[in-house]
Design a protein around this ligand. Structure first.
Ligand code: SF4
Length: 438
């Protein structure tokens, strides 16, 4: 049987970032999100905050996020006021339960699109309502071309501990073909200054398989990223979801579902080669996408807490949150988002309450991406022996060379780790295996 790993890249979402699939989150379930907000949190659940900054200088051709490239400063001001207001609406609710956030994540869009003044104003106002002094990690995503020294100083001043640079590639032709806003010259300048003001952790993102990618260009990008000696390197395999410019163009011009990027086998080979080069240089592969210089000191708390069931308030247009065992997503467009928040309502547009079994599947599946899944964690937390509960799919994945297991844990092979997203669907409930993911 042909597996995805031997296939062309076709349109659709391949990357499993959550469970159950987004397509089964419904407006009909929004009341369950509201009920969950009115309940006290689980005593052991950590709290985090995701802030969506939906502005970018240009829209990348592979982008599937809700972003705006045409907003002026008064529109941005209005959005930031709404973000603060939304945070205030949550801050007095029982779900907070006296907790302070353990992790904060500024994502987008491009958080570094904000001016130093907008950024510090936003954080000061939010902290008056609920201080961030217990946060162990504050991550901030950046587009290199938006970073000036003043901006980086402002980002450092609000307590950011993990600066994530969306480099994606170092080749100007590839960057241009994909409609990235930055060029290679901006990367080194931003990185050097960020290092000089001592961010505790700097991550560089790369994407394997952008439009125009070749073996030679990819290896060059990998070596240039490594030469900067970041604390961590994150490598994604290019996927082409339906709401991207690439998808629209390929349907309009050729009427084909096959994307004009490398096939999955090639993308996996590129990531495998990248990981081998990083390991050769002393880095350790700590997830399906990440290599870190020092695994003892370089953590990614947002990811680890999210994949072990932490609560997270998702603030901003189209943001995803999870609290009290319920998934929730905000209004997907700016107009309805602003209208609801300005009227004093939480702008939740669709939700999905999880059964205990769905919570188990979610954490079990997502933790595969870390390369090792401990049996005892699930026994203790869910009172379930995952080796029995998932005996069938585990055997299939073992036969397929994706993983192996001993008494204590499941261990992913390197090849398995690089194609784990396609394997995870085997753990899904039958009613979720055939539905569209997004
Ligand atoms: S910078 Fe990121 S969020 Fe903005 S358009 Fe490009 S991929 Fe999308």
């Amino acid at each position: 049987m042909s597996t995805q790993s031997e296939k062309k890249t076709t349109a659709g979402s391949y990357f499993v970032s959550n469970y159950p699939p987004f397509s089964v989150w419904k407006p009909d379930y929004v009341s369950s999100a509201f009920e969950s907000i009115e309940r006290q949190p689980h005593p052991e659940a950590n709290l985090g905050i995701y802030l969506h900054i939906p502005f970018c200088r240009k829209r990348c051709h592979f982008c599937y996020f809700r972003v705006y490239t045409d907003k002026n400063s008064s529109e941005i001001r209005r959005y930031l006021d709404a973000l603060t207001r939304e945070f205030e609406l949550y801050a007095d609710k029982p779900i907070i339960g006296g907790r302070k956030p353990k992790y904060i994540y500024f994502g987008g869009g491009t958080p570094s699109f904000l001016s130093p003044h907008q950024l510090t104003g936003l954080v000061e106002t939010m902290q008056k309502k609920l201080p961030w002094d217990a946060a162990e990690e504050i991550t901030f995503e950046c587009e290199p071309g938006t970073l000036t020294e003043a901006k980086l100083e402002a980002i450092r001043s609000i307590g950011v501990t993990r600066l994530s640079l969306g480099v994606e590639h170092f080749d100007d032709q590839v960057l241009e073909l994909n409609n990235r806003a930055h060029r290679s010259g901006e990367i080194g300048r931003a990185y050097d200054f960020a290092r000089s003001i001592e961010f505790p952790q700097i991550n560089i993102d790369l994407i394997a398989g952008m439009l125009g990618e070749t073996d030679e260009k990819w290896l060059d990008a990998v070596r240039k990223a490594l030469a900067m000696q970041p604390d961590s390197l994150t490598v994604y395999q290019m996927e082409i979801p339906f709401n991207t410019t690439i998808y629209r163009d390929m349907m309009k011009e050729k009427g084909t579902e096959i994307a004009p990027v490398a096939d999955w086998q090639t993308k996996r080979r590129w990531v495998k080669e990248a990981f081998a080069i990083f390991e050769e240089a002393g880095y350790t592969v700590t997830s399906a996408y990440t290599a870190v210089k020092n695994p003892e000191s370089t953590k990614f708390i947002y990811r680890d807490m999210l994949w072990s069931g932490a609560d997270m308030l998702g603030l901003g247009v189209s943001s995803f949150g999870h609290y009290g065992g319920v998934h929730a997503q905000n209004e997907k467009d700016m107009g309805p988002y602003l209208e609801k928040v300005e009227a004093g309502e939480l702008p939740i547009n669709r939700a999905k309450p999880l059964t205990d079994d769905e919570r188990l599947i979610r954490e079990f599946a997502l933790q595969h991406k870390l390369g090792r899944v401990p049996r005892a964690y699930f026994q203790e937390k869910f009172d379930v022996d995952v080796f029995e509960r998932f005996a069938g799919p585990l055997q299939e994945l073992k036969n397929d060379g994706v993983l192996d297991y001993d008494d204590e844990a499941i261990h992913l092979t390197r090849d398995g780790l690089l194609r784990i997203d396609e394997g995870l669907k085997k753990y899904f409930l039958p009613e979720h295996q055939e539905v569209r993911y997004t």
